[in-house]
Design a protein around this ligand. Structure first.
Ligand SMILES: [Zn+2]
Length: 120
């Protein structure tokens, strides 16, 4: 299994890692396949994502995709953030090994869940 250089870079130096103490919304998802758990924290202002952070317990691919997700979502409106797809995340990384594709799905789902929780 081959990870791209970009993926390894995000895994070693993840962007926006940590939690937001007074977050407006939190989304948590997990997958059974490699036991990844991903938590996304959002700070929302006027339906725009002012700040986003993540905590991920998981494999290298799960951490790299979380990192890319936060980069893509930061500063976006909630509507635009909902349009971020797993393919967008995979494209930024220059591809992801097929057995690890479920990890990118996790990142997309965690963000969607956080926004869903916020709208409730
Ligand atoms: Zn994984």
């Amino acid at each position: 299994m081959q990870y791209t250089e970009k993926l390894i870079e995000h895994f070693k130096n993840p962007h926006n890692q940590g939690d937001i103490k007074d977050a407006d919304a939190v989304g948590e998802v997990g997958n059974m396949k490699c036991g990844d758990i991903m938590k996304v924290y959002l700070k929302i202002n006027n339906d725009k994502i002012d700040d986003i952070k993540f905590e991920t317990l998981g494999c290298a691919a799960a951490i790299a995709t979380s990192s890319v997700l936060t980069d893509l979502a930061k500063g976006k409106s909630l509507d635009d953030a909902l349009k971020i797809s797993k393919q967008d995340i995979v494209d930024v990384l220059g591809g992801i090994p097929a057995p690890k594709f479920h990890c990118s799905i996790l990142a997309e789902e965690a963000l969607k869940k956080a926004i869903e929780n916020y709208k409730k």
